[in-house]
Design a binder for this molecule. Structure first.
Ligand code: SF4
Length: 320
């Protein structure tokens, strides 16, 4: 038995008393119990498709091979993917079927395989990845997560993940608790980010315009929360490295649940966004992906066959 198979076996056993993420529910998901993420042990997915709306080096010319999973270990009141992340509904998928989906995305020409959000489904996803690798999958494996991870779990992924794509949503505890139901978000995000960087380095290696290995940290700027954004930047700069590539996202669009929210019911202003981008530049971050601030609604609609309204990845500007 290889070391990777052993680690996946260990991840599966964790489901019997689930501590896959910092929610630490300790539910027996193998017996059908459900924790904060509302998922039992089965993997549930929404869709798999070439995604052209990621950062340019991830989408490339043929798209990221994105696999959207249902539900999440965070409950962000404003989640831009709320149609699938706030519900455990979807298609139950086996490890073997998921491995075939990964191989199909490769056959379609996608540049990587990118499960979103992998955390609560991790044992099955990693088992599927091993099967797909055995069958010849060569694409980089992208771990696109919400940043609320346990460092000890991330350590088990050493050598299996090619590109880490974590959010770093909150630099302030209070914001994580209020907006996402996540206690001590900054501490967990920082510890897991440190481990990710230990594994893959603090840069994103790009060949012929396409990301092959490394890390890219995303931060969605929220309206009225620039202090939170600045705390994120300081935490990464002071504890990790100024070389970590950052994607600072301006596309926040209020979803129906927060249309009347006193803080979250509007778009981010140009002034707010520029304050965050300028702070990142002042702190010495070397590689930034930024977006234009405009009125376009960029939240996906998973009721459509193609959930994303933008077809080209020109949304992001690489300020390297
Ligand atoms: S993965 Fe789900 S059940 Fe497990 S600790 Fe996290 S929220 Fe709880």
């Amino acid at each position: 038995m290889t070391d990777a198979v052993r680690r996946v076996g260990y991840l599966k056993r964790i489901l019997e008393r689930c501590v896959l993420c910092p929610q630490m529910c300790r539910t027996d998901r193998t017996a059908g119990e459900k924790g904060f993420c509302r998922l039992s042990a089965e993997m549930v997915m929404n869709s798999a498709l070439p995604h052209h709306g990621e950062e340019p080096s991830l989408s490339g010319s043929r798209g990221a091979g994105t696999i959207f999973f249902s539900s999440c270990n965070l409950r962000c009141v404003y989640c831009q993917n709320y149609q699938i992340s706030h519900s455990p509904a979807g298609l139950t998928v086996s490890e073997e079927a998921l491995a075939l989906i990964m191989l199909e995305l490769e056959a379609l020409g996608c540049h990587n395989v990118e499960p979103v959000t992998p955390t609560p489904h991790l044992p099955g996803i990693m088992a599927a990845l091993l099967i797909a690798r055995e069958k010849g999958l060569r694409l980089p494996f992208v771990f696109n997560c919400g940043g609320y991870e346990r460092e000890t779990i991330i350590r088990l992924l050493d050598g299996l993940v090619d590109i880490y794509l974590p959010d770093f949503k909150y630099g302030l505890d209070e914001a994580g608790r209020c907006f996402s139901g996540a206690l001590a978000y900054p501490r967990h995000a920082l510890a897991s980010l440190r481990e990710m960087v230990r594994q893959v380095g603090d840069t994103l290696e790009i060949e012929d315009g396409v990301a092959k290995k490394g890390i890219l940290v995303r931060h969605l700027v929220l309206p009225g929360q620039t202090d939170n954004s600045l705390a994120v930047l300081r935490a990464i700069r002071e504890n990790i490295s100024p070389f970590v590539p950052l994607s600072l996202m301006a596309q926040y669009t209020p979803i129906p649940a927060v249309t009347n929210h006193p803080l979250l019911g509007r778009r981010v202003t140009r002034g707010e966004y520029e304050r965050v981008v300028n702070a990142a530049l002042d702190l010495g971050f070397e590689e930034l992906y930024t977006q234009e601030v405009d009125d376009r609604a960029l939240a996906p609609d998973f009721r459509r066959e193609s959930p994303f309204v933008w077809e080209e990845n020109g949304e992001f500007i690489n300020r390297r």
